[in-house]
Design a protein around this ligand. Structure first.
Ligand code: DGL
Length: 271
């Protein structure tokens, strides 16, 4: 446990996608310092097995512990779905994933009790969104759909492209036939497709953004634990990656609400 309220929050992801969570933390908890790690050398996690994602996540958590963080956010949906239940029993720090906050909001959002989840293959196969939603309300039916092409399309910058619209139409058609009224964007990259997804699902379907909901959950957690930063300022944000950082820096500059320092590459396998 680190009771230093002014210590940073550790945030990690398989790569650049977790910056959508960082963006929400910056907007909603502007006084908090952040140490971010993006596993750019080993991305994607979304097609990997539980044991591999757990091994990677453990190394990252060990690295973040060396940075004296006061809490950890697993910004990656796949890591949250596959590794968090084990890791939270192993670390002394408060740790939050993105799946639970998204699932809880979906439970309170749906009126017809039909919820769709789009995510990576590994997140969908874990069924964690379904398990958490039905633990809160067993009457809700959850329909999952893996959308593996979305991550590369977003990283290519094709968030408004006709090809992406075509792909999204195919993926979502199946869910829309199930008459869902709530759709969880269960992958770090998908909030960047929000306007395109909105066009496809129409106004009657509520889009749930786990990145935003996680920032809100983090705010509540820090307040409950008396861990809110009391001395903002200094160098608030630091970024680390496991591969050369240029592409990461360009992506960060394109989506974060402020200028941030260049990322530093670290040898994550050594942790
Ligand atoms: N960050 C991952 C997630 O939210 C998407 C990218 C990947 O597959 O690693 O599930």
């Amino acid at each position: 446990m680190n009771t230093d309220r002014n210590a940073p929050i550790g945030v990690f992801d398989s790569g650049v996608g977790g910056l959508t969570v960082v963006r929400e933390i910056m907007r909603n908890l502007p006084h908090e310092r952040i140490v971010y790690f993006g596993d750019t050398a080993r991305v994607p996690y979304g097609s990997k097995s539980k044991s591999t994602v757990l091994r990677y996540s453990r190394q990252i958590v060990r690295f973040l512990e060396t940075q004296n963080v006061k809490a950890i956010v697993a910004a990656c949906n796949t890591a949250s779905a596959l590794a968090l239940d084990t890791i939270e029993k192993e670390v002394q720090l408060p740790i939050l994933g993105v799946v639970k906050p998204g699932a809880t909001v979906a439970v309170h959002t749906t009126r017809n009790k039909r919820v769709g989840v789009i995510a990576t293959e590994s997140t969908i196969h874990s069924h964690l969104y379904r398990t958490l939603i039905q633990a809160e309300d067993p009457e809700i039916t959850v329909f999952g759909k893996a959308c593996p092409l979305f991550v590369p399309l977003v990283e290519e910058g094709w968030t408004k492209d006709s090809i992406t619209r075509e792909v999204a139409g195919r993926y979502l058609g199946e869910l829309l036939e199930k008459d869902i009224d709530t759709l969880i964007m269960g992958c770090t990259h998908y909030p960047l497709l929000r306007s395109l997804l909105r066009e496809i699902v129409g106004e009657k379907v509520t889009l749930v953004n786990p990145a935003y909901e996680t920032a809100q959950a983090l705010k509540r957690m820090l307040s409950d634990m008396n861990l809110e930063n009391q001395a903002p300022g200094g160098e608030p944000y630091r970024f680390y990656t496991s591969d050369a950082a240029e592409k990461f820096d360009a992506f960060a500059a394109s989506i974060l609400p402020c200028r941030v320092p260049a990322a530093e590459q670290i040898p994550i396998e050594e942790y």
